[in-house]
Structures are given as structure tokens and as C-alpha cells.
Design a protein around this ligand. Structure first.
Ligand SMILES: [Zn+2]
Length: 263
């Protein structure tokens, strides 16, 4: 049931975003969708299958298990449910922000995470362009965090839906008027804010790590307001990977192992 709710919410938000991108795009894309989308959606499909066959749902099950055994901070303290929900949501969001920074700084994890960053355009399908090993590692890390905090099971489901929806939203190639974008940014990560993280300039890539709320970047001084070039023309991707024909489905699956061999 929990999986169906998550999948339905993810598909619904994805559908809204690709319609919005179609009717009101932020940038004119140079690479055809038919070149990129099969790769990105192919990775999404393989990730869904692998998760279904292995540790899918482990986050929720960890929260239920922690609650049954009174493991984790919130269960020890027996805090009221409303407080447990708020703390779980904030703690998990900060934990994912920290994981994202480590994925950029620790070379082994970067080999996996760079698959996400090699996309030469930036749209809703970029949000699902992840190497399966990174997805598995993320899920195990999330489960560990849930055990540590004693995460509320309902909050964990809500968190998964918010994280997924926020990632689809902030990777979208949608046009939001600058004045509204500026206001939204005080609370959430907008596409203009997260696009900077997908810039080819390393200083810009090393900024705006958040996925849902923008406060972690502001508090931890990783926030960047604008890229050095205009949002509509700034180059997206990574400098060593500029050719779409070298970024096929199998090439991306093998990319981390190739990078390890060349170290
Ligand atoms: Zn990143």
C-alpha cells in the first residue's frame, strides 16, 4: 500500500511537470528529448525494478521496526506524535542534504553521483537519472538515519513523497516568473536555484545541495543566488562529458566502474 501511494504521487507530479515544461519552458533545449529521455527513464525503470526486488520500502519498515522496539531518539524520549512528525521530517531532510554534500566530496560516491550530473539538459527526467547503486546506498543510509532518530512511520512516508515531488519540481524546465521564484526560494528549492547545482562550473556545482527546503544551504553557507551566466544559457552537465552519444544507458551504468579503474 505504502509503495502504491508513493508511486501514484510520483507519477502524478511527474506528469504535471512535463506538461508544464511543454507549455511554459524556462530554457530552449538543444538536445532532443528522444535522445535523453529513454536513458533517464530507463534508469528510473531499472531503479524501480531493483528496489522492488531488494530493499524497496525499507525506510518505512525501519520506522515501524524502530517504533516497535523503542529504538532511536524520538522513541526513547516518547515525544508527542505531532512533534515526532516535525522532527522526523526536518532531520531526514537535513540528513539527505548532508549525504548530497558527501556524494560530491568523497570520490568513490562521486563516481556514482556523477551519473546524475552528466545530463546535458535539465528537466523533470533528470530527477530520476541515478545509478542503481547510488539509490541502494541512499536507501540504506536513510534507514540508518530513521533508526537513529526513531523516525515516525507516517512522517517517513510523507518525507519520501515530499522528497520525490520536490526533486521532480526543482529539476523541471519550467518557467516561474522571477519575482515569484525569489519569494518561493525563502522556503523551498526552486528550479532556478537547483539548476545552478547542475552548472559545469565547479564552484556552482558545489552549491545549492538541498532538495526540498532551502534553509540548509543558507544556514551552512552553500547557497548561491545566481549563476555567472544567465539561467537561460548557462551550460549544464560536467566538463569531461559533453557528448550525448557517449552518455547512453549502458555507458552510464558502467561509468562509475570505469572511473574507479582510471583512478
Ligand atoms: Zn549533486
Amino acid at each position: 500500500m505504502e509503495t502504491i501511494i508513493r508511486l501514484a504521487a510520483a507519477l502524478g507530479i511527474f506528469f504535471i511537470m512535463i506538461c508544464w515544461e511543454y507549455f511554459s519552458p524556462r530554457r530552449k533545449q538543444k538536445i532532443y528529448r528522444k535522445q535523453r529521455w529513454p536513458v533517464n527513464l530507463g534508469l528510473a525503470a531499472i531503479n524501480i525494478i531493483i528496489m522492488r526486488l531488494t530493499i524497496g520500502g525499507v525506510a518505512y519498515l525501519s520506522a515501524v521496526n524502530a517504533a516497535e522496539n523503542s529504538w532511536g531518539l524520538l522513541n526513547w524520549l516518547a515525544v508527542p506524535e505531532w512533534l515526532a512528525i516535525i522532527v522526523t521530517l526536518l532531520f531526514l531532510d537535513f540528513a539527505i542534504y548532508c549525504q548530497h554534500i558527501v556524494s560530491h566530496k568523497w570520490l568513490t560516491l562521486w563516481h556514482l553521483h556523477q551519473v546524475h550530473h552528466t545530463d546535458l539538459e535539465f528537466d523533470a527526467t533528470t530527477a530520476v537519472r541515478f545509478h542503481p547503486l547510488e539509490i541502494i546506498i541512499s536507501m540504506l543510509y536513510k534507514a540508518l538515519c530513521i533508526y537513529l532518530i526513531g523516525g515516525n512511520p507516517w512522517a517517513v512516508i510523507v518525507f519520501e513523497i515530499i522528497l520525490n515531488g520536490a526533486a521532480t519540481f526543482n529539476h523541471s524546465n519550467i518557467n516561474i516568473p522571477p519575482a515569484i521564484d525569489k519569494k518561493l526560494r525563502w522556503l523551498i528549492i526552486t528550479p532556478d536555484m537547483h539548476r545552478i547545482h547542475h552548472s559545469t562550473f565547479p564552484k556552482e556545482t558545489d552549491s545549492n545541495y538541498g532538495f526540498s527546503i532551502s534553509c540548509w544551504d543558507r544556514l551552512c553557507k552553500t547557497y548561491m543566488a545566481e549563476p555567472r551566466q544567465l539561467q537561460t544559457v548557462m551550460p549544464i552537465g560536467l566538463r569531461p562529458f559533453r557528448r550525448q552519444d557517449e552518455l547512453g544507458f549502458m555507458q552510464l551504468l558502467l561509468l562509475p566502474f570505469k572511473a574507479l579503474r582510471h583512478r
